[in-house]
Design a protein around this ligand. Structure first.
Ligand SMILES: NC(=O)c1ccc[n+]([C@@H]2O[C@H](COP(=O)([O-])OP(=O)(O)OC[C@H]3O[C@@H](n4cnc5c(N)ncnc54)[C@H](O)[C@@H]3O)[C@@H](O)[C@H]2O)c1
Length: 447
């Protein structure tokens, strides 16, 4: 089978690489309008970092995995066309700051229509508003040549940082298709591809609309847990309770479970905020104002958590950061990725710059912030040297293993440490001499 994926980003690249590994008899071509990105996929320095990805690309590239900027040629030869282009929040016009900007997505439908010279199964991999498949089908059916196009929904649930692991052993694969014989036959063909490595009981079939909405719903519910626990963290800081103890007690309830209950500086990445805003937009579109407001609060709480973190730093450091060196440990929105899209660390860095702090950043993979006036260094020790404060902002494992006694010795005194991920041993750091500020717990100060 000839499989093509339009969009060689964080989803398209890893998804097709894992499929190529798992389905050695099928051919996978990933195409993109960004020729530089394609060149990077064809080089020794892949455009994205994911643990385990380099090995799979090296194994499959040139065998049954190809990266190309020739979109028309790839579409022509494909049996199945996955679409995994970006669907960012719209920043202009109708629905601005809530709706998804579907211009890139719609363009792919027009490209498929323009270049297809045979029947195609078109698969929505991107996260899209519910009923996008109807738009896609209308465009695909508007041509003079009457090829058959079936549009399926197959949202991607992988998470950055664990993409390869998630794709190799997914919790579930969701395939949405219409109730027509042609659509059901396409669903079975796509399911057949996955059956080469995913157990049958993990492949769910649903209607197209349910499948599209399930992706938005999953992200909204994950993010909602994070905002819920962060709202409790604020209450813990005010009341003297400890959010880690609260989360543990809550999470041990089998009905709730422990995951996504860690308090911190909130969620980030390219998906959660945009997908919830899209959900808010859809609720409003269907006249569901209360439901829209409910989900909007999840995003507002997340923004508030970032502001609260900066305010706590300013208050703890004698109400001025002006001219003070502040070291940021981490910039990526989570560990094991270099992705900084909507990273809480960026908003926090911007807040510190507004306070006139001298911001110095270390991250093992991310090397640009797009913020004027901040600088990057090669090691966390360099960042911390002569700093007034250290902020742990990304949950990279290597930050837990640092020599904090050495860091303390190199800093200005009093030395402040703000643990935005509650990763470190706070009592040990306090005993070393740090003033320690975790999230959702009492501060450990020396006065
Ligand atoms: N990043 C994630 O963790 C993740 C997880 C699940 C789902 N998603 C969803 O998957 C989609 C893609 O996300 P991403 O993070 O891979 O985005 P991305 O920005 O990394 O990649 C998208 C790629 O599509 C290309 N593109 C845009 N229009 C094109 C066109 N007409 N023809 C060819 N290429 C085109 C862009 O150049 C870009 O390289 C989004 O809808 C996102 O919400 C993302």
């Amino acid at each position: 089978m000839e499989v093509v994926c339009i969009g060689a980003g964080y989803v398209g690249g890893p998804t097709m690489a894992v499929m190529a590994k798992m389905c050695p008899k099928d051919r996978f071509t990933v195409v993109d309008v960004d020729a530089n990105r394609i060149d990077a996929w064809n080089s020794d320095r892949l455009p994205i970092y994911e643990p385990g990805l380099d090995e799979i690309v090296t194994m499959c590239r040139g065998r049954n995995l190809f990266f190309s900027a020739d979109v028309p040629a790839a579409i022509r030869k494909a049996d199945i066309v996955f679409v995994s282009v970006n669907t960012p929040t719209k920043l202009y016009g109708e629905g601005a700051f809530f709706a998804s900007d579907m211009k890139y997505y719609e363009q792919t439908a027009r490209d498929i229509l323009a270049y297809a010279d045979s029947d195609k199964i078109v698969v929505e991999k991107s996260t899209v508003p519910v009923r996008t498949a109807a738009t896609m089908s209308r465009i695909l059916c508007s041509g003079k040549q009457k090829h058959n196009f079936v549009v399926l929904s197959n949202p991607e649930f992988m998470a950055e940082g664990t993409a390869v692991q998630d794709l190799c052993a997914p919790d579930r694969v969701l395939i949405g298709g219409d109730d027509t014989p042609a659509a059901q036959s396409a669903v079975n063909r796509l399911a057949g591809l996955y059956s080469q490595w995913v157990p049958a009981n993990r492949v769910l079939k649903a209607s197209v609309w349910s499948s599209e909405l399930s992706k938005l719903a999953s992200n909204a519910m994950l993010a909602q847990r994070v905002s819920s626990v962060n709202s409790l963290a604020a209450l813990c800081e005010a009341s003297g309770a400890d959010v880690t103890e609260v989360s543990k007690a809550v999470g041990m309830d089998g009905r709730i479970g422990p995951r996504f209950l860690e308090a911190g500086i909130g969620f980030g990445g390219s998906c959660f905020t945009k997908d919830i805003l899209n959900l808010v937009y859809l609720c409003r579109h269907y006249g569901l104002e209360n439901e829209a407001e409910y989900w909007h609060q999840v995003v507002k709480m997340n923004a508030r958590q970032r502001e609260r973190f900066v305010s706590r730093i300013v208050a703890a450091m004698f109400n001025t950061l002006s001219g003070k060196r502040v070291a940021l440990f981490g910039l990526a929105f989570k560990s094991d990725t270099g992705d900084t899209r909507d990273s809480p660390a960026i908003t926090i860095a911007e807040g510190l710059v507004r306070e006139q702090a001298e911001v110095v950043i270390h991250d093992p993979k991310a090397s640009s912030a797009g913020i004027p006036g901040v600088s990057f260094v090669q090691t966390p020790y360099e960042a911390a040297a002569w700093a007034h404060a250290v902020l742990l902002l990304t949950n990279w494992k290597e930050y837990v293993e640092l020599d904090y006694a050495r860091i303390f010795d190199s800093m200005q005194k009093p030395a402040f440490l703000f643990d935005g991920r509650n990763l470190l041993d706070h009592h040990k750091l306090h005993a070393m001499g740090f003033n320690v500020y975790p999230v959702g717990k009492p501060a450990l100060e020396h006065f």
